[in-house]
Write a protein that binds this ligand. Structure first.
Ligand code: ADP
Ligand code: MG
Length: 700
């Protein structure tokens, strides 16, 4: 059976080489199995007939029964179309064809009883259906009476008449031609326990459901299976890794930590910080190597948690290293960590690309003889010349800018793998984290330090720019600083650059020197120019920073309290949230103003509304996941993790995912190697749960 399903799609009845080519190009379908797992995205109820008088243009599909009254050819050139006047006695609706109209009047003569199926819309205040499906109700099997699967297609597919209906036809041919039942991929005991239907019924029902209940059961079964094998794969890998890689045991919480905690910590830790510290201490003392992802919104106090973890490492005789994605961020960490530790006997050094050769020598020596305790840096820290005496903990800030291979190079710097703490301010919904970082343990700081003023966010239309500038002026005159950000889209960098240039001109006119100074930051500038521009702004010499999105994640300018985002509808939600996180870092009330035109897509409006409604990064990430699907979530693409879920949706199937994970966990607790007879079937399929990710714990 498995072999049968690997056959080329072109030999399926109804395809042939040409259509097979198109299917391959457009939908990456090349085998029978690929087609089978091309699941419908929705179903329409073909058992229901509407009256024309009931129809509104926002219905996704309608099915009506009636007669064509007459045909007319209307319009010229591209607008040329055939229009049929259709009625069922309750009202009238127009049927419209822009192409392929020639044979219509012949096949569907005036006055004949017909069933019409399609999507209603309104044109010139009249209801119509463009390119409807027509059927003769007297023909046998003509009218489908059941739920009908709808498959997504593309314009190109339609050019080859590969409509949803045609795909359904191919699916029917495929299923009819199967030599035997689908082989089960989950053990019977599990199906029974979770009350799931078998694979054979599920595959048939998902494409040709007998009823809504049946397709729901099929969908549950298939979604569960997909998510289950991913979780089983991830968790099995993790179990094996835990067995193979011992970690350094940090038993003592000693003098450095205690001195810092009692005498240097200027404030009380938040509850969330305390909770996370406990989790980290438990990991580092467990004898296993820690692989922990620390999530927390910007400003939630992750750096402090990292610092305290590093002090524990020090108390146990280990060196630590913190790695940031940019020079500016590394410097920022260096400054804040050095000032936290002032007066303590801890040697901290900064190592970035711009540190001179001569200055590196003492750093290298300090690392080798163990006198250097904390190294802070950029990519420079992973160069081969950088060798530690005893590296015990690595902290990686803003993880998704670091490639997997780069992280792996740090592993080589110690005999026993160092503990790893990855920090990110990009909130990842739990469901996504479970899958993307399923092999990492996740800690969340879900509480901001007290006394922060929530950022006020408003949406403003471009036509109100004068008012916005007026508001900005008031704030600048109070001594604050502002960011104005323009979108940057790769495909048309020149055009976006022009947006920024035009914007810059009007900003300079509204805020002329010498009273106001403006900094600029965009991708076409050289690294030194960027650096210079940023440091003018950080030092307060300039008042407005006009930038594209190259402005750094995590840059901290406490006095900057206004963020204006131009063409905000062009940004993704998590990007908007990241940008907003640039303000709200000081004591002053901060503002974020989202500019857009009046014309907004539903999704664009939803994004802006969400930003106005909440400051909670996790809530925003959940909405983002629902709107976009995980493949588009920022960070997942850069991390090079191919996501190819065929039926499950991480945004909507959180409960099924949880069930899948819990189930996988239970199975592995009882049978870590999947060696029991009742679990044999898992061993055979667990590989397909591999989302293609490089397991960086294994690169050592
Ligand atoms: P993150 O790295 O998560 O963006 P930081 O660690 O940079 O956040 O913390 C942001 C600011 O809040 C810093 O100035 C830090 O000193 C301060 N801070 C951290 N924890 C607390 C706390 N528990 N109470 C008050 N201020 C805190
Ligand atoms: Mg930070």
């Amino acid at each position: 059976m498995q072999q049968y399903l690997q056959q080329d799609i072109q030999f399926l009845q109804g395809t042939g080489p040409k259509r097979a080519d198109i299917l391959r190009q457009e939908l990456q379908i090349s085998t029978l199995e690929d087609l089978l797992t091309y699941y419908p995205y929705r179903y329409v109820d073909r058992s229901r007939f509407y009256k024309i008088s009931e129809i509104t243009s926002d219905m996704p599909f309608i099915q009506i029964r009636g007669k064509i009254h007459g045909y007319a050819s209307i319009g010229k050139g591209r607008g040329k179309r055939l229009v049929a006047d259709f009625t069922d006695g309750s009202g009238r609706i127009e049927l419209v064809w822009f192409k392929g109209a020639k044979w219509i009047p012949e096949n569907y003569p005036v006055g004949k009883e017909l069933v019409v199926f399609g999507r209603p819309s309104v044109y010139q205040r009249k209801l119509n259906v463009v390119h409807p499906e027509l059927e003769d109700p007297e023909k046998k099997h003509a009218v489908s009476s059941k739920l009908q699967a709808v498959y997504s297609t593309t314009e190109k597919l339609k050019d080859y008449y590969l409509t949803s209906k045609a795909i359904s036809k191919l699916m029917a041919n495929l299923i009819k031609g199967l030599p035997q039942r689908f082989e089960e991929t989950l053990p019977a005991w599990l199906l029974q326990k979770l009350n799931l239907i078998n694979l054979d019924s599920a595959m048939r029902q998902i494409h040709f459901p007998d009823s809504i209940q049946e397709y729901k059961k099929a969908e549950l079964r298939l979604k569960f299976e997909e998510l289950f094998y991913i979780q089983l794969n991830i968790l099995k890998g993790k179990t094996e890794r835990n067995k193979r890689f011992r970690g350094n045991v940090f038993e003592t919480v000693g003098e450095s930590f205690n001195t810092f905690y009692r005498e240097h910590l200027p404030f009380e830790l938040t509850g969330a910080q305390k909770k996370v510290m406990k989790e980290i201490r438990r990991d580092m003392g467990s004898g296993r190597q820690m692989n922990r992802l620390l999530q927390g919104d910007v400003g939630s106090g992750k750096t402090l948690v990292a610092l305290m973890s590093m002090l524990i490492a020090m108390d146990n005789g280990f060196q630590t290293c913190i790695m940031a994605p940019t020079e500016i961020l590394a410097q920022q960490h260096y400054r804040s960590i050095s000032s936290f530790l002032e007066g303590m006997d801890v040697r901290v050094e900064l190592l970035t690309g711009s540190v001179k050769k001569a200055d590196r020598i003492p750093i290298h020596e300090g690392l080798l003889d163990g006198s250097l305790n904390i190294l802070i840096g950029t990519h420079a820290v992973i160069e081969d010349v950088v060798q530690f005496k005893r590296l015990g903990l690595v902290v990686i800030d803003e993880q998704h800018r670091f490639g997997v291979a780069q992280r792996a190079r740090l592993w080589k710097k110690a005999d026993v793998l160092p503990h790893v703490l990855v920090m990110t301010a990009t909130p990842i919904p739990r469901t996504l984290a479970m899958t993307l970082y399923g092999d990492l343990d996740v800690s969340v700081i879900d509480e901001l330090p007290p006394g922060r003023k929530a950022i006020i966010t408003r949406h403003s239309y471009d036509s109100k720019r004068l008012q916005v500038f007026g508001f900005l002026k008031k704030q600048l005159d109070l001594g604050r600083q502002a960011y104005i950000v323009y979108p940057l889209i790769k495909e048309s960098e020149t055009m976006d650059y022009k947006d920024l240039e035009d914007g810059l001109e009007s900003i300079s006119r509204a805020f002329p020197p010498p009273d106001y100074q403006v900094s600029v930051l965009h991708g076409k500038m050289k690294a030194e120019e960027k650096q210079a521009s940023m440091s003018h702004f950080v030092a307060g010499r300039t008042h407005i920073m006009v930038a594209t999105t190259v402005i750094e994640v995590g840059v901290d300018v406490a006095n900057a309290s206004i963020m204006i985002i131009e063409s905000a509808e062009r940004f993704g939600l998590s990007q908007l949230h990241q940008l907003r996180g640039r303000v709200g870092r000081g004591a002053d009330q901060s503002y974020c103003i989202l500019m857009s035109g009046y014309k907004l897509s539903d999704e664009g409006r939803k994004r802006l509304d969400t930003m106005v409604a909440t400051n909670d990064g996790f809530e925003i990430a959940e909405v983002d996941l629902k709107l976009r699907g995980p493949g588009d979530i920022e960070g997942t693409q850069q991390s090079g993790i191919p996501f190819n879920l065929k039926i499950a949706h991480l945004g909507r199937d959180g409960q099924i995912l949880q069930l899948a994970r819990d189930t996988a966990e239970l199975i592995l607790v009882e049978d870590p190697g999947l060696k029991l007879e009742k679990n044999f079937i898992f061993e055979k399929h667990v590989k397909k749960g591999n989302p293609g990710r490089i397991d960086w714990g294994k690169i050592s």
